[in-house]
Design a protein around this ligand. Structure first.
Ligand code: ZN
Length: 405
């Protein structure tokens, strides 16, 4: 109850706590469970839920299964409630999704792109602006993930595509909400900490494998972002002893040996520039040797990072899940002998992400709701809601519309 001194402030504080709890549990806990979790009086919880439903922030549904007695209610997202727009910009395509409180995401648009800053960000900005116009006040923010380091202010570098200090907010244009811009690995790690296998883990290591590899340490649920925001770059450490020049400007980066580009190079196919996803998927499915080489390089690097950081769990997303599944033995055989003796007795678990490819998108969503779930923003939502109270035709339209439109 930090900072809440008046009864109004206390109420605003408890509204946010309740919304946060509903969001974090994925709208799976009943009202009575939430009341206990948050140590609220039953009457207080009822008043809070009623107020949040009135403000179209929450909506209750009967629990699917309940014990004998009265049916139990489960608070979840409101059909006209707040939405986070989240985007995962990969090196060859972008995906735009609308996300509700509780974490449900629905893809609105998925498009290939030409890899240039203009070719990626102008059409993306137009798509976001169009969906924002359609969804109106429900859009409370925009989060965008990129496959490269992101510095404060939304400056993005993607070495493989030749991007250098690309000003993302400027190129998205003036009609989109001020975006939360982040690195895909850092977002995927945040998602893993909130809804995946790093939940409740004190020190975890998350690695995201796509065209190349990114990695970040997660401490108490927070990916370590670095002083300028551009952390999450374990892929650019010389962990595998190679000496190939990396497009980032360094030599011998770990990410030269793990991911789609490395798979393609292994079988002698053209690679780089965000091209070749389909071929790489074929290589993944058919070339055991290329997959094993990727997995061995992954295992070597993991050993080095485990020796340094002593994580409890290592989680893998993107292609990392398949590498773990298809070549787990090769991965562990490369990792274990490189662990310090003191680490070998209790090595950390190495697990595929529970979120697979959705991590970056989910993490972008979490960042938007982190900014929204404050007493000030929730109060602003209440004030900005159009046409409060009566059912006008316009309101009926909104009720009947779907997210996709
Ligand atoms: Zn590099």
């Amino acid at each position: 109850m930090i900072g809440a001194t008046t009864s109004g402030e206390l109420r605003a504080h408890n509204r946010v706590r309740l919304l946060r709890a509903v969001h974090d549990c994925g709208a799976t806990r009943t009202r009575s469970q939430l009341t206990r979790d948050l140590r609220l009086a039953r009457g207080t919880a009822s008043v809070l839920v009623a107020g949040l439903a009135e403000d179209e922030l929450l909506h209750e549904e009967p629990a699917r299964e309940h014990a004998r007695g009265r049916p139990t209610q489960v608070p979840g997202s409101h059909p006209r409630g707040p939405l986070a727009l989240a985007v995962d910009v990969r090196e060859d395509a972008w995906e735009l999704a609308a996300c509700e409180l509780g974490g449900r995401t629905e893809t609105l648009d998925l498009r290939p792109h030409d890899g240039t800053p203009e070719g990626v960000l102008r059409p993306l900005g137009e798509a976001v602006a169009a969906h924002r116009r359609r969804l109106g006040h429900r859009v409370v923010g925009l989060g965008v993930a990129f496959a490269g380091p992101v510095r404060h202010g939304g400056l993005v570098d993607i070495a493989h595509l030749g991007w250098r200090s690309v000003d993302v907010p400027r190129l998205l244009g003036p009609d989109v909400p001020a975006p939360v811009v982040g690195n895909d690995t850092a977002f995927a790690a945040l998602a893993e900490a909130r809804r995946g296998r790093l939940r409740g883990v004190q020190v975890g290591l998350h690695l995201h494998v796509d065209f190349d590899l990114g990695g970040v340490l997660v401490v108490d649920g927070r990916p370590l972002g670095g002083a300028s925001g551009a952390g999450a770059e374990f892929g650019h450490m010389p962990l595998t002893g190679g000496d190939r020049p990396c497009p980032c400007g360094a030599i011998g980066c770990w990410s030269m040996d793990v991911g789609t580009n490395a798979l393609l190079r292994h079988v002698g196919l053209a690679h780089g520039g965000g091209k070749g996803r389909a071929q790489a998927e074929r290589v993944l499915a058919t070339s055991e040797e290329a997959v094993a080489a990727n997995a061995r390089a992954l295992g070597r690097g993991i050993a080095a990072l485990v020796n340094a950081h002593d994580p409890e769990v290592v989680t893998l997303s993107g292609h990392g899940v398949e590498l773990r599944e298809r070549a787990g033995k090769a991965l562990l055989a490369a990792c274990e002998p490189r662990l310090m003796a003191i680490r070998r007795d209790h090595p950390p678990r190495i697990e595929g992400s529970a979120l697979g490819w959705r991590g970056a998108l989910v993490g972008a969503m979490e960042s938007v709701f982190d900014a929204f779930l404050t007493p000030e923003c929730v109060e602003m939502w209440r004030e900005n809601r159009p046409d409060q109270g009566r059912d006008t035709p316009e309101r009926q339209n909104v009720m009947n519309s779907t997210l996709k439109g």
